[in-house]
Every structure is written in C-alpha cells, then in structure tokens.
Write a protein that binds this ligand. Structure first.
Ligand code: NAI
Ligand code: HPV
Length: 319
C-alpha cells in the first residue's frame, strides 16, 4: 500500500516510541504536536485523517475533533479519558476507546505502596538514614500499623476493587463510595452515601475515581475535616479530584495526618508547599508505570486501533 492509502492518524502527543514503531507501517501518522500551522496543515491533509491516537494526558479537544472532517475514531492509551471531549465525539458520531482492566493491579499496587509509605513513614525514614541522623539522633519515630484500620475507597471500579483486596490482605476493613451501591461486590464492603460520610468513617481515604468536571474538587475542605487529624488521603485518581489548596491548608494545620499523592492538579508542577511537608509522599504519576503494564496497555491500544480500521469494531469502547 502506498503511504497515501494508509489510514491517516492524528497523533495528539508523543506516545511511547515502541508503540509508535509498531503502528507506523500500517498508518500514516501525523505528529500533531510538531505541526506549527495546524489549520493550514489540515486543509492539505485533513481529508485523509480518520483517527486520533492519543492518551489520558494528551486528550482530544472539541476544536480538534470538529476540524477533522473524516474522523471516525479516537483511540486512547490509558484508562482515564477526562481530557477527551466525549460530548464532541458523540455529536460527531466518533467512537472512542481506552485501555481499562490491564492496569488495575499495577495502579492498586501503587496505592498500597503509598498507604504503606505514609503509615510507616518509609520515605521519611529513608531520608533519616541518608541524612546521617541515625547515629546522632537515635531511633526513628514510630509509624502506624495498617492492621485493623478502615480503608475508604472513593470509586470502587476496576482499580478500586483491586485496592480493596490488597488492603484486606493487610488486615484493613473496606468501605466505599460510588454514585450507587454495588450489589456485585463482597457484602462486607460498607457503602457510604456521600464522600464526607465515607471520610468520617475512614482512617485512609483512597481516591480511585475518574477525573473531569463531574468529580472536580470532590475532596474539599469539608471532606478533609471529616477525615480528621489521624486520617490519611491517598490519591491515585486525578489531581483535579482534590482541592489542592484545601489539602495544603489541612496538612499545614494538622487537620489530617498525611497524604500519599501520585497525581496533582497542575502536574508536572507540584506546589512547593507540598514538597516541604515531611508527612507527604509524592510520586510523579507512576500509577501504571511498569514495563509489563505499559506493554499490556500498548497491546490493547493497538488491538483497538486495528479492530476499528480492520473490522469497524472496538475491543474496549467508551462511546
Ligand atoms: N495514577 C495513575 O497512573 C492512574 C490513574 N487512573 C485513574 O483511575 C480512574 C479509575 O480507573 P478505573 O478503576 O479503571 O475506572 P472504573 O470506571 O472501573 O472505576 C471508576 C469507579 O468510579 C465510580 N464513579 C465514577 N464517577 C463517579 C462519581 N461522580 N461519583 C462517585 N463514583 C463515581 C464508578 O462507578 C466506578 O465504580 C481513571 O479514570 C483514572 O483517572 C487510572 C490509571 C492509572
Ligand atoms: O490510564 C490512566 O488513566 C493513567 O493515568 C495512565 O497513566 P499515563 O497517563 O499513561 O502515565
């Protein structure tokens, strides 16, 4: 096939090089982030662009979706699709896929790593040894045991359920908040009708809910107050779910005990006020960041891509 007759793909940002190398022979890739004059480029090439290849980071805005007349499908890498304008896609009859399921275990592992780190003060203790404080100041301060503590999960979906089973293995009890109670989860998981209610009854409030407008600042000053001075916040969801300024104030005032955060409101920028706090563990959005999981995500992304352009179907369809 000549390059011209391959399906055209608008790539919204630099996806993993090995993924791009795998699809490059079968698609004509337009590297959107490298194009200076997008309107002029689209006037010339737009008619051949049938797909957008993107991720939960790069998204797909309404203006891009509306400016591609031949667009059929948005294929996204990652499960979260909050920066993809789903309404715009639906209005245009454009289908959207993501990569759910294959990353659940990995992201749940990250959540548990954060739970352990804040409870046992692992990162602080590491800094204590490296800083040469041990011989001078003696034994390090005590942490908290996770056994017997209450783990409240906001968003009991694919990732949330894997967090629940791991937390149970550490001897924790599980409660959760979703829009509705689930009847397909263990009956011992208590349902809380609101996030403040869940926070009030939790020692650890763990966020595993989608981002976007519907969940923006769901965790605010009221929720943090409800979590209380002995409570910890763990966020492996999206930075936008938490009012970051309210979180900083709660941590500085000791309204909550600490936080473990993989995601931030304006990542990769992380407020200096958070970086200064010892009781906070900060990760650079590595929830799904293992070789194995990224490979599985790339495989599912490519399955969706080929399924759409080969058979007009998607394996994991959002809309
Ligand atoms: N830190 C990281 O690297 C990663 C973060 N994520 C984030 O985790 C999120 C969850 O992923 P999955 O578990 O695969 O999704 P999922 O769709 O399986 O689960 C989400 C759960 O949240 C619930 N929910 C959705 N909106 C809600 C609302 N407004 N109020 C209450 N409950 C609500 C749903 O009913 C569902 O049970 C993703 O959307 C993504 O933003 C996902 C992968 C990696
Ligand atoms: O799948 C998701 O939603 C993710 O957050 C995955 O992380 P990434 O954006 O691929 O680093």
């Amino acid at each position: 096939m000549s390059q011209q007759s391959l399906p055209g793909l608008w790539m919204a940002g630099p996806l993993a090089p090995d993924l791009v190398a795998r699809i490059e022979p079968q698609y004509q890739i337009h590297r959107g982030w490298e194009i200076k004059d997008v309107p002029a480029y689209l006037r010339e090439h737009g008619a051949g662009i049938r797909g957008i290849a993107t991720s939960g980071r790069f998204g797909a805005r309404r203006d891009l979706i509306e400016s591609l007349p031949a667009l059929e499908a948005i294929i996204s890498y990652g499960v979260g699709y909050d920066p993809i304008d789903i309404d715009a896609a639906r209005e245009r009859g454009v289908v959207v896929s993501n990569t759910p399921g294959v990353l659940d275990a990995c992201v749940a592992d990250t959540a548990l790593a954060l739970l352990l780190s804040v409870s046992r003060r692992i990162c602080e203790a590491d800094r204590y040894v490296r800083g040469g404080h041990w011989p001078l100041k003696g034994n390090f301060a005590l942490g908290h045991s996770m056994k017997g503590k209450r783990c409240g999960i906001v968003g009991l979906g694919g990732i949330g359920l894997q967090i629940a089973s791991r937390a149970e293995a550490f001897g924790m009890t599980i409660s959760y908040h979703n829009r509705r109670a689930r009847n397909d989860v263990p009956a011992r998981y208590d349902y809380a009708a609101s996030v403040p209610d869940l926070a009030r009854d939790s020692d650890y409030l763990v966020l595993a809910i989608p981002g976007g407008n519907a969940t923006k600042h769901l965790v605010n000053a009221e929720v943090l107050q409800a979590l209380g001075a002995d409570g910890y916040l763990i966020n492996v969801a999206r930075g936008t779910v938490v009012d970051e300024q309210a979180l900083i104030q709660a941590l500085q005032a000791g309204t909550i005990a600490g936080a473990g955060l993989d995601v931030f409101e304006h990542e990769p920028e992380v407020p200096a006020a958070l970086r200064e706090l010892d009781q906070v563990v900060l990760l650079p959005h590595i929830g799904s960041g293992t070789h194995e999981t990224r490979q599985a995500m790339a495989d599912l992304f490519i399955e969706n891509l080929h399924a759409w352009f080969g058979e007009k179907r998607l394996v994991t369809q959002v809309v």
